[in-house]
Write a protein that binds this ligand. Structure first.
Ligand code: ADP
Ligand code: MG
Length: 711
């Protein structure tokens, strides 16, 4: 049996699954076919002999308890006391009473003699052990040995025992699975075959079988993803003609020479990697990873200038209008005095033209810019998604930089590539705003080459980070000690950011707003300082004005929302105060902190004001205090948020990781990638691996399938 064939069998083919159960499976777990069913993996395996017994449990423990039902009893409502179901269980070592309030319907779930598993806090009730409203796994008939416990859905009345039965019959029905892996790979990692893997994970005889099965299933999952990515990467390289840029021109050299600082070793190395790609006739698809403040802008501009010095155009695309505007500002500043040779002008040269196109650009400006793009007068265009979503025609687009912050999808990148002139595909450099973990990069951006800026410019002093813990919901500005320090820094000529989660007060969210904070501070703690307010609802002109004033030093304290999260560069700013810091994610906090510590020789500070209201918030804020290394924080972020958010739109449908974890299985991500390259490079169409190829096709989403297998 192949996985592809299983995917064609609807779940109703399984005995006991009628239309109603099929609906429930689809609702609860997106399970519609037999492949979905056999890849619905146990969330844990349990061995009764390895669990704490009821006799051993102590009052106050949080524990899993395994037992056999000896009786149930519904106590009806009495006055204000809710009706409750009482279930008595035993495991031979003792008895426990489990109470469910308001759920009398559950009684039929617990027939006498059936086995159940409860998770909850052990209480004492009249001297006996008890639990109230625990988490429940219905295990069904008693059975010896190791038992899989499946993710279940109370809402859809789907329990572990049902899934167990159906998966069992699915596996019986499949009998043997076709083995898609080449023998050499099986040997190299000493893998069990696929039939053993599915059986060993769903119905194991011993613990070793489970771990061998998991190893194999995890590898298969990751290999499918890596093969799809590597096939895509190689197909792109093979199919598209790129532009062989001339990298010997003098514009880039002049740009580097006039910078007020030396490039770091890492910047040099990465620029060289990019130039090698640009010079080659294959289109570049490269990811630039670098920590906040590592100096990615200079690298990006260097790449764009290679296009410009060869008489072509460059484009820089940002995820938001604010960011696009900020990029435009910094790129214009970096290239302020640059001129290009131009026939037909008096001096034989013209200024290098950087244009900004966003949703806020006026109709007249837009028309002018479109004209310049078409005629080739625009050298560098900066903008948002609008650049690709609209009908924008470049004269000869040579290099595209996408500043992506995880927000651009493959399709969007592809669309931008299509904007090249004729058949030639422009070179594409993707920048991440903050680092993402290596394994995540390999998976989410696995069709790209990767460059890493792993060195910060010299002279950066560590930013002292302090977490001032406050009670949840009681952020009273007057009680914070931070303002004294803010006043001192301002007195010393430095500048300060104060960041809030909201623009204005909200009924729904109990969090600090920039507007109220600005008012309170102006009238209270910082009445002597020059304050300004910045948020996304100001017009572009207003925002620009505020930023200009702040940059020039005419404003001491900028109270803002996360508008300033990325890209703002004011080296004289030395204090970052983040209010309700527990409301921000790690990447955001790291970006915000990256706004200070930019001036050589100036000591900078970051104050995180917030409650560690949840475990996650606690972990995030503690990590921020602990380290300033974005790559380390990225790993913590992955730990806290799980893969889902990182995989995002990139991995849809069957490509989800069901068993593999980018954290736990780091090592296997790299190995799968290695094998994928070996297989594809030895046999680009996988002609000798038909089964493997069929399988990838089964798992790909339609866009990828069309891309990889068209023609
Ligand atoms: P990011 O990687 O976060 O985009 P930027 O490109 O904004 O970083 O650079 C951060 C700051 O470091 C800017 O003020 C920039 O001028 C400065 N910078 C960049 N490269 C160097 C360098 N080689 N030496 C000193 N300062 C640098
Ligand atoms: Mg930047």
């Amino acid at each position: 049996m192949t996985l592809g064939r299983l995917a064609e069998l609807p779940v109703t083919e399984i005995k006991g699954v009628g239309p109603e159960r099929a609906d429930a499976l689809a609702n609860a777990f997106d399970i519609t076919n037999v492949l979905d069913l056999v890849t619905h993996y146990p969330r844990r395996h349990l061995d009764q002999t390895r669990m704490a017994t009821i006799g051993e449990l102590r009052i106050g423990d949080q524990a899993w308890v395994w037992g056999r039902v000896v009786g149930t009893h519904v106590v009806p409502r009495r006055g204000k006391v809710k009706p409750r179901l009482e279930v008595r269980i035993t495991d031979g070592s003792g008895q426990m009473k489990v109470t469910f309030f308001n759920q009398p319907w559950r009684q039929k779930q617990f027939p006498d003699g059936s086995e159940v598993l409860f998770f909850g806090k052990v209480d004492a009730f009249k001297g006996a052990k008890s639990m109230a409203n625990p988490e429940v796994d219905l295990l069904g008939e008693p059975e010896l040995g190791i038992r899989p416990v499946y993710p279940q859905s109370d809402k859809n009345r789907l329990y572990s025992k049902d899934l167990r039965t159906w998966i069992d019959s699915a596996l019986n029905r499949a009998v043997e699975f076709v083995e898609p892996l080449p023998a050499a790979v099986l040997d190299r990692f000493d893998f069990v075959d696929r039939t053993a893997a599915f059986n060993g994970y769903h119905r194991p005889e011993d613990w070793n079988e489970i771990s061998e099965a998991r190893r194999r299933l995890v590898f298969d999952e990751l290999l499918r993803i890596q093969l799809a990515l590597v096939l895509r990467k190689r197909a792109l390289e093979r199919r598209s003609a790129g532009i062989a840029h001339d990298i010997t021109g003098e514009l880039v050299a002049r740009f580097h020479a006039q910078l007020p600082y030396e490039l770091t070793g890492a910047q040099r190395k990465v620029i060289a990697e990019i130039e090698r790609d640009l010079a080659s006739p294959h289109p570049m698809h490269r990811l630039l990873q670098g920590d906040v403040g590592a100096g990615k802008t200079v690298v990006a501009v260097s790449a764009l200038l290679v296009a410009v010095q060869g008489g072509m155009q460059g484009a820089l695309m940002a995820p938001t209008e604010v960011l696009a505007e900020q990029h435009a500002m910094s790129v214009r500043a970096l290239l302020a005095d640059f001129a290009l040779p131009s026939e037909g002008t008096l001096l034989g040269e013209r200024p290098l033209q950087v244009d900004l196109l966003t949703g806020r650009t006026s109709a007249a400006d837009r028309r002018r810019i479109l004209g310049r793009l078409d005629s080739g007068e625009t050298d560098i265009l900066i903008g948002t998604h609008a650049l690709i979503e609209e009908v924008i025609a470049f004269k000869n687009l040579g290099v595209v930089v996408v500043d992506e912050q995880h927000r651009f999808g493959v399709e969007q990148r592809a669309a931008l590539r299509e904007k090249g002139a004729g058949d030639a595909v422009p070179d594409v450099l993707v920048m991440t705003a903050t680092p993402i973990p290596r394994t995540a990069a390999m998976t989410v951006y696995g069709d790209l080459d990767v460059s890493v800026l792993d060195e910060l410019p010299p002279g950066r002093e560590p930013i002292k980070t302090v977490w001032e813990k406050v009670q949840p919901g009681e952020l009273n500005l007057g009680e914070l000690s931070v303002w004294a320090h803010v006043r001192d820094e301002v007195a010393a000529g430095r500048q300060v950011y104060v960041v809030c989660p909201l623009i204005e007060e909200s009924e729904k969210l109990d969090a600090r707003s920039a507007e109220v904070t600005y008012e309170e501070l102006s009238e209270g703690e910082l009445s002597e300082q020059r304050l300004a307010l910045l948020h996304g609802r100001l017009s572009s002109a207003e925002k620009q004005q505020v930023m200009d004033l702040f940059r020039s030093g005419a404003i001491d304290v900028l109270v803002s929302t996360t508008v300033i999260e990325v890209g703002v560069d004011v080296p004289n700013a030395t204090v970052m105060v983040i209010l309700d810091a527990d409301r921000f994610g790690i990447a955001q906090l790291h970006q915000l902190r990256g706004r200070v510590g930019r001036g050589a020789g100036l000591k900078s500070y970051c104050y995180l004001i917030g409650a560690g209201a949840t475990d996650d918030a606690e972990t995030r804020l503690a990590a921020m205090v602990d380290t300033q290394d974005g790559f380390v924080l990225a790993e913590v972020d992955l730990e806290v948020r799980g893969e889902g958010t990182i995989m995002g739109e990139r991995q849809k449908g069957r490509n989800d990781l069901k068993l593999a974890s980018l954290r736990r299985d780091r090592e296997w991500v790299s190995k799968a990638r290695e094998v994928a390259f070996e297989l594809v490079d030895a046999d680009p169409m996988l002609a000798a691996h038909r089964d493997l190829l069929d399988e990838i096709e089964t798992f790909l989403d339609p866009d990828d399938r069309e891309f990889l297998f068209k023609g």
